[in-house]
Design a binder for this molecule. Structure first.
Ligand code: DUC
Ligand code: ZN
Ligand code: ZN
Length: 479
């Protein structure tokens, strides 16, 4: 029997810790050897002049997620994972959303049915807990964590999703007892509601006012409240999609006190500003997401958060809606009030190229940091390591072969997502994924999709070692 199914040769292998010249031997979907020279007779993939990196893991994407009766998300699991693969990713972790009044277990079954047979790359699910009833907290959630859904998101805003303070504390407490990692959407509901109604009374309802309805103090206050609740319950948390210096300051403050508070920022907070929401004829709706893009100073602060380790992960918060359709962002008119515009923008395909180009290419971060922030840290935080997120013997052969010199202008016509626009239209990058392997199988080759939907497998995840409160021994969580 052949020793290798494939050997990647002539490339520069980059991990979160090293850059080395070596060959990568793959057998049965896993990396089985790393050496200067492997069997010259084995089938070869030439990576000359390219970087060989762990495939991207985007741990914050929304795919085919229920968004209200008259709103349709633009990606199903086929287009969403094709788009992700074309952007250099080999794993995504979307959400299984509990609808208020519904069962969490039923939600998980629903999202499995949506994903089954459609995914090009591997996937897990975070849970979204919107209704922490006694049976959800007492039975469903603990059982689901044990079944491999080891992280869940809670919202401090949105009519249909928000938890009140008591519910947040109760839900954090279950996370603590079960060893799950809680992701927190930190924006304060009442402040947003108050500001939105005041803006409406003043007739200020264009998309731009979306940003004014959730200004930086709204994020700062909620971030601080989430951190305080985490301290009270003694549970680690992840503050997702952080957009401003003030929120970063809260996280840094918590970290400096020894609290296990982790942070994530996203592509839009490095590249967009609230001015993008100003377009005429609802064009600004294309940029409506929450928290909203802010200003150049906030972008700088987010870069600093990445550089100084306040943020461990860089995600897309891919949440695609079509623009020009009644079920999408433009809704039914030229002047729909911002509060009816679905929140979220597409971005899973450009997350890695933009961070590479703006980060590594412009000397803001190292190659090692790039790999850590786009892959390795996601795997470690969300219970996928050591199987995912590294190029190491025994790991899944989830690899992106990256052309560091390729110049690309991002435009809608080269995107594979289901949205009818990209918020990054015209953005120029240097560096692009060329070939993507998922468990040793090419799913994208020389920029073309060559994999089969259905190749992607569901990933049951381990408990996150990062979810353990300080002073609790690994054995107490079964790790
Ligand atoms: N905000 C969210 O909270 N989720 C998805 C997209 C967005 O803008
Ligand atoms: Zn969110
Ligand atoms: Zn999100």
């Amino acid at each position: 029997m052949a020793e290798f199914d494939l050997v990647i040769r002539n490339g520069t292998v980059v991990t979160a810790s090293d850059t080395t010249k070596c060959e990568v031997g793959i057998k049965d979907g896993r990396i089985v050897a790393l050496a200067e020279r492997l069997d010259p007779g084995a089938p070869t993939l030439d990576a000359g002049g390219r970087l060989v990196m762990p495939g991207g893991i985007d741990s914050h994407v929304h795919i085919d997620q229920y968004s209200g009766d008259d709103t349709v998300m633009a990606d199903d699991f086929r287009s969403g994972t094709v788009s992700a693969a074309c952007g250099g990713n080999t794993t995504v972790i979307p959400f299984a959303l509990q609808v208020k009044g519904g069962s969490l277990r039923a939600a998980v079954q629903d999202y499995h049915a949506k994903a089954e047979g459609k995914c090009l790359i591997d996937y897990g699910f975070h849970l979204i807990v919107s209704d922490p009833s006694e049976s959800v907290l007492g039975q469903e959630l603990p059982a689901l964590v044990q079944d491999g859904y080891t992280s869940f998101k809670v919202f401090m805003t949105y009519d249909d999703l928000k938890l009140n303070d008591r519910e947040l504390l109760e839900t954090f407490d279950v996370a603590r007892n079960e060893g799950a990692l809680v992701m927190v959407h930190a924006e304060g509901y009442d402040a947003i509601k108050f500001l939105t109604e005041r803006l409406e009374r003043a007739g200020r309802t264009d998309p731009y006012h979306h940003a004014e309805s959730r200004p930086i103090p709204v994020e700062r206050e909620a971030t601080h409240r989430a951190i305080s609740f985490a301290e009270i319950v003694d549970v680690p948390i992840m503050i997702v999609h952080v957009s401003s210096a003030d929120a970063i300051e809260q996280i840094r403050w918590a970290q400096s006190r020894g609290l296990k508070v982790y942070g994530e920022t996203c592509t839009q907070y490095l590249t967009l500003t609230a001015d993008d929401l100003k377009g005429l004829n609802m064009e600004g709706a294309k940029y409506v997401c929450s928290p909203p893009p802010r200003d150049l100073e906030s972008q700088k602060a987010c870069w600093n958060g990445l550089q100084t380790g306040v943020f461990q992960v860089f995600s897309s918060d891919h949440c695609p809606f079509r623009f020009d359709t009644p079920a999408g962002k433009k809704r039914h008119g030229e002047r729909t009030a911002f509060k009816w515009v679905p929140n979220g923008i597409p971005g899973v395909e450009v997350r890695m190229p933009i961070l590479f180009s703006e980060g590594v290419g412009k000397g803001r971060i190292t190659l090692q940091e790039f790999v850590a922030m786009t892959s390795t840290n996601h795997a470690r935080l969300y219970g996928l390591a050591p199987r995912k997120g590294s190029i190491a013997v025994g790991a899944d052969a989830d690899i992106v072969i990256w052309d560091p010199e390729k110049k690309v202008t991002i435009t809608q016509d080269i995107m594979h997502h289901g949205a009818d626009y990209t918020p990054y239209e015209g953005f120029e990058v240097i560096g692009w994924p060329e070939t993507v392997l998922v468990r040793g199988t090419k799913v994208v080759h020389k920029g073309e999709v060559v994999g089969t939907p259905g190749h992607g497998r569901f990933l049951k995840r381990d408990l996150s070692p990062f979810a353990r409160p300080r002073g609790v021994r690994p054995t107490e969580y079964g790790a």
